[in-house]
Design a protein around this ligand. Sequence first.
Ligand SMILES: Nc1nc2c(c(=O)[nH]1)N[C@H]1C(S)=C(S)[C@@H](COP(=O)(O)O)O[C@H]1N2
Ligand SMILES: [Mo]
Length: 521
Amino acid sequence: MPTSRTTLRPRLAAAAAGVVAALAFLAVAELCALVLGGAGSPLVAVGSAVIDLAPGGAKDLMVALFGTGDKVALFVLMAVLMLAVSAGAGILELRRPPFGALVFAIGGALSLLAVTTRSGSGTWDGGPSVLGVGAAVIVVRVLVERLRTWRFAAATPTRTDGPLPERRSFLVWTAALGVVSIVAGAGARLGTAGMQRAAAARRAIRLPAPVNAAPAVPAGASLDVEGITPYVTPNADFYRIDTALRVPSIDPADWSLRVHGAVEHEITLSWDDLLALPLEEHMATLSCVSNEVGGDLIGNALWLGHPIRTLLARARPTGDADMVLSTSEDGFTAGTPLDVLQDENTNALLAVGMNGDPLPAEHGFPVRMVVPGLFGYVSATKWVVDLEVTRFADAQGYWTPRGWSARGPVKLESRIDTPANGTTVAVGDRVAIAGVAWHPHTGVKAVQVKVGSADWQDAELADSVSSDTWRQWVLRWTATAGTHDVRIRAVGADGQVQTSVQRPPAPNGATGWDTITLTAR
Ligand SMILES: Nc1nc2c(c(=O)[nH]1)N[C@H]1C(S)=C(S)[C@@H](COP(=O)(O)O)O[C@H]1N2
Ligand SMILES: [Mo]
């Protein structure tokens, strides 16, 4: 009878299962909160709720006992309480299933209540609590089931000699889930804290004034047409494309940029160094090589930054270097022609501001590149931390080995914003057919519209602000009976006419005329 197996302590094992379930709750909830941008962490919400609900006397006592450490003490108290309750729930699940799991469900409901009643809570903030409690219930049920199997095996007389795989299975699962939960939960918590630190730093930033304050956008840059894309894209509406599963969160205090490679002088810039340099403002239209004809992966913003050419002039590229490989904090790379970056007439910026604000986190905070005339994938590295002067023969940007061209100048393109494809109007209506056209760094001098089999007509153009930005256009058309294909083409400032040849985005940008169908009856 007295073998090691019969001395197992089922209560202790069940308590351990309960504690691991609680750790799984925290880990899943914190991971989920991290994905949601830091919102909905049960730890924070429950702590705040406890503080709010605690009677004044209890608060005074905490402060008297722990002074300014009162918040830490609160978290420790909460943790001890949570461990005790979850250990108890584990034991309860062993003796009277599913009441142990029910304890977790109640805990999850309380957490959900705390999270969703916080001021300013959003729709998704309950997610971490719900997923977390789901994980806890599964973990406690699975582990306790294993524990039961092990006890049953241990109590079977014919099986009392030799190692019990059931025992091993329980211990391994409990230990593994515990360790994974602690590592994942702590990692997620640190990630969220880092994100919030970077966000706080961003809010505190006052960007210096540019040395060349950009003139206000002239009224003539915007046509009075309903449904047309605004000339300046608000930051919140700006398209976002990147390979980052999670937006990097960088505290500017920790940021630096290294300029190195084929240069005479290596440079390392800190955030303060960069802000102390003369900053310029330039309007530029940024677009993605993946944009289909008629697509919306394009935006126009006022960028504030330091000219990259000035930095390069200080670094002094050597030999036959012809490319700058920029690398982001999360390892994305872009290969940009060195001559474009050095060109006096190309306002390639190491940008810190977008439409008057520090860069939004998802658009590269604290620092990104913007190069008018080049697609984003070869030039617009967000969260940039490294510039290596090198050669196209020696280095490749992220997308080049994945089927995209090493060089990516933006093509002459145009888009119909309104009316929507398939719209039906009344015969005789005045219909504003309108949109935007662009050929960054070259400019657009005309947009032409062809309705059905009629001749090409010149659209009215909004004022050009800079050759680096798109231009609005409109054709006011009097609807004639029938169903008409409406196609458009732009003419570049250099006289080039937009090609009708239809090409897909890969390898270097889609081409073809944007076309819609309009019916009038
Ligand atoms: N770090 C990083 N920078 C990046 C990318 C990326 O995946 N990672 N994508 C590039 C691409 S393909 C484009 S089109 C632009 C998009 O910039 P936006 O998201 O600010 O519009 O960023 C570029 N910079
Ligand atoms: Mo892109």
